[in-house]
Design a protein around this ligand. Structure first.
Ligand code: LLP
Length: 440
């Protein structure tokens, strides 16, 4: 198993993260438990920001909060000088509650409601990333009613297909997101925005997908965006203040993954922008990006207790843990692959081939197919690494399973940042039927 960030094996042969023994963490906070390595998150933020500083471009690095949106995370990225990408009123509310400066918040989404737009206008957020003509019209009208001007980026789909799972690939023409460049949609969106009295067009945005390991997709996106902006300049005279190239920078889920470093992606994008924009005689824009997974993914580890085992001779050995698709939907949704180890027995030979099952009433609730561990016993602690992105974020209450707690660890200290859900939380929005016919 790859040891990320501050993770190490301590003198007791236990997995330690942020100076905290994971066995003690489970004793103190119970399981399952999401553990985040705060130092590693901060290192990732700094890597992106420093790479931009070196590039000479004006920039914003907006953390894509959808990957893991909690008040503590908003506080932390704010401290690191990041901006924030939100995609719903819920994420916006979380950020505002955490005291995140509204002018560094960018609001995404392909179907923002009137209430969401009103809430964002009330908060005076930095900009809207408009996704479609309906939104442009709505935003213009709502801003006009207030006598305000809303800043917008237009999300465009440049027709670049990232080599990734089809559900997380978004830059291709056939996508629910954004204005299509290949037909004349994107150009019309520029014209519409320029003509709208209550919109101030800052520029364009594109996001080609997630878990991208090469720079070529980003380079192609830069080239397509530059070509589009050249056409825009010729036809409308408009030049961008901002170009946003989204997120999607790949991370290591398993030992076999070989992600580039944040600075590699930033260098590739900044030098390509300089080359393409200069060549086309377009002024260099301010550059924005939106890393989600690459900030938070490998900083998260989920700790489970091992429970039952089922061995089918000659077929497979299932090892069940006290969580599953409720705390990590990615294996079921994207066939995502993870690594694991027994956190309380890290130095023992791992020669028992098992598959890790969740506890949900669903055959597809498998966390890992085929992983080698020491022969596990009930009560052992299973650590699954790289669960920081879209684990807690996509957690759910299937089977009315309560969501785990989240702790941040650093320098030997662990702090709860999300409490474990209680059974009372599970029924808190339920109401019993009061109709007379049901009363006996
Ligand atoms: N910007 C935009 C506009 C996005 O749509 C996304 C992700 C990001 C940034 C951040 O992408 P990241 O750096 O995290 O790859 N739930 C999936 C990924 C869906 C991502 C949706 N948008 C997963 O678990 O991999």
């Amino acid at each position: 198993m790859y040891l990320h960030g501050t993770s190490r094996i301590n003198e007791k042969g236990h997995l330690e993260i942020g100076g905290c023994d994971t066995v003690n963490l489970v004793e103190e906070f119970q399981s399952p438990l999401y553990v985040y390595d705060e130092e590693l998150i901060r290192r990732k933020c700094r890597a992106f920001i420093n790479a931009f500083r070196d590039s000479g471009f004006s920039f914003q690095v907006a953390y894509a909060s959808k990957a893991f949106c909690t008040m503590a995370m908003c506080q932390l990225v704010e401290e690191e000088g990041m901006s924030l990408d939100v995609v719903s009123a819920g994420e916006l509310y979380t950020a505002l509650q955490a005291g995140f400066p509204a002018d560094r918040i960018h609001f995404h989404g392909n179907n923002k409601s009137i209430e969401e737009i009103e809430m964002a206008l009330d908060a005076k957020i930095g900009c809207f990333v408009a996704d479609n003509f309906y939104e442009l019209e709505l935003l213009n009208q709502l801003a006009m009613e207030r006598g305000e001007v809303a800043k917008v980026l237009l999300r465009i789909t440049p027709g670049v297909e990232a080599h990734t799972h089809e559900y997380i690939s978004t830059g291709q023409q056939d996508s629910k997101f954004g204005f299509d460049v290949i037909s004349d949609q994107a150009l019309r969106a520029i014209q519409t925005s320029l003509a709208a009295d209550s919109l101030e067009l800052l520029g364009v945005h594109c996001h080609i997908g997630s878990q991208i390991f090469e720079t070529d997709g980003f380079l192609m996106a830069v080239e397509r965006v530059a070509a589009f902006l050249q056409e825009v300049k010729e036809k409308t005279g408009f030049t961008c203040t901002v170009a946003n190239f989204g997120g999607g920078f790949g991370i290591r889920y398993t030992e076999g993954d070989t992600p580039l470093q944040p600075e590699d992606y930033v260098k590739a994008i900044t030098s390509k922008v300089r080359e393409e924009f200069t060549k086309r005689d377009i002024p260099l824009p301010e550059l924005w990006i939106e890393p989600g997974s690459s900030v938070i993914g490998d900083a998260g580890t989920t700790l489970y207790r091992v429970g039952s085992t089922k061995e089918i001779p000659g077929v497979r050995k299932y090892l069940a843990v006290d969580g599953g698709m409720t705390d990590n939907l990615r294996p079921a949704l994207y066939q995502a692959v993870y690594e694991a180890a027994l956190a309380n027995r890290m130095n023992e030979a791992a020669d028992d081939l098992v598959s890790i099952a969740g506890k949900c009433c669903e055959s597809g609730d498998m966390l890992i197919w085929d992983v080698k561990l020491p022969v596990a016993r009930p009560g052992d602690i299973l650590a699954v690494t790289s669960t920081g992105a879209y684990g807690y974020a996509m957690s759910n209450n299937y089977n009315r399973i309560a969501r785990p707690a989240v702790v941040f660890v650093r320098d030997g200290e662990a702090e709860i940042v999300v409490e474990r859900e209680t059974y009372a939380d599970i029924v808190k929005n339920d109401r019993v039927i009061k109709r007379a016919s049901l009363q006996r």
